[in-house]
Design a protein around this ligand. Structure first.
Ligand SMILES: [Fe+2]
Length: 204
């Protein structure tokens, strides 16, 4: 099988109390695993795609054969989105960004609090399932966006610096219908060092 679920880089209960162990276990072991299984099943129908990375597939969905394009968009997106998501969170995290990332956020959004508020707002307003993002646009500007379902900004020529999962499976056990509370609390587990690495990679 070409694609596999990466191990969580910390324990399932490491993000408590912000994200509970049961949510992390189901989210990683069941939801992410389902995206990977479905992606592998789709790719199996087209052996010519073997060896392509999920990034390559998602960046150029039009090159994916039409009969599996929807499956790759949804499940390849689910795989790439969650693979990022686990790495940009961590225990003993939170606080504020540092260095060049901090400078860029401040020059774009005014200050970090305003940035967080606008990011949360994008997550709240994303109707139904989806993601809130901080991206580099195609012309290299930082921007807050959201996408439905498992769509990844790479499919639109953008680079995802960070994203928060606003599917109910990400928060429902602990926060029930209170998506805004989850979005606010999530900053406590953001691993800014990991986000800064993505920022540096996206700038290039
Ligand atoms: Fe998710």
């Amino acid at each position: 099988m070409p694609f596999t679920v990466p191990d969580l880089p910390y324990a399932y209960d490491a993000l408590e109390p912000t994200i509970d162990k049961e949510t992390m276990t189901l989210h990683h072991d069941k939801h992410h695993a389902a995206y990977v299984n479905n992606l592998n099943a789709a790719i199996e129908k087209h052996p010519e795609l073997a060896g392509k990375s999920v990034e390559e597939l998602i960046k150029n969905l039009n090159a994916v054969p039409e009969d599996i394009r929807g499956a790759v968009r949804n499940n390849g997106g689910g795989h790439i989105n969650h693979s990022m998501f686990w790495t940009i969170m961590g225990p003993n995290a939170g606080g504020d960004p540092k260095g060049a990332l901090s400078d860029a956020i401040k020059s774009t959004f005014g200050d970090v609090e305003t940035f967080k508020t606008q990011f949360n707002d994008a997550g709240v307003k994303q109707f139904g399932s989806g993601w809130a993002w901080l991206v580099f646009t195609a012309d290299g500007k930082l921007q807050i966006t959201s996408t439905p379902n498992q769509d990844n900004p790479m499919s639109a020529g953008q680079y995802p610096v960070m994203g928060n999962d606003v599917w109910e499976h990400a928060y429902y056990l602990k926060y029930q219908n209170r998506r805004p509370d989850y979005l606010k609390a999530w900053w406590n587990v953001v691993n800014w060092d990991a986000v800064a690495k993505r920022f540096d990679a996206g700038k290039k």
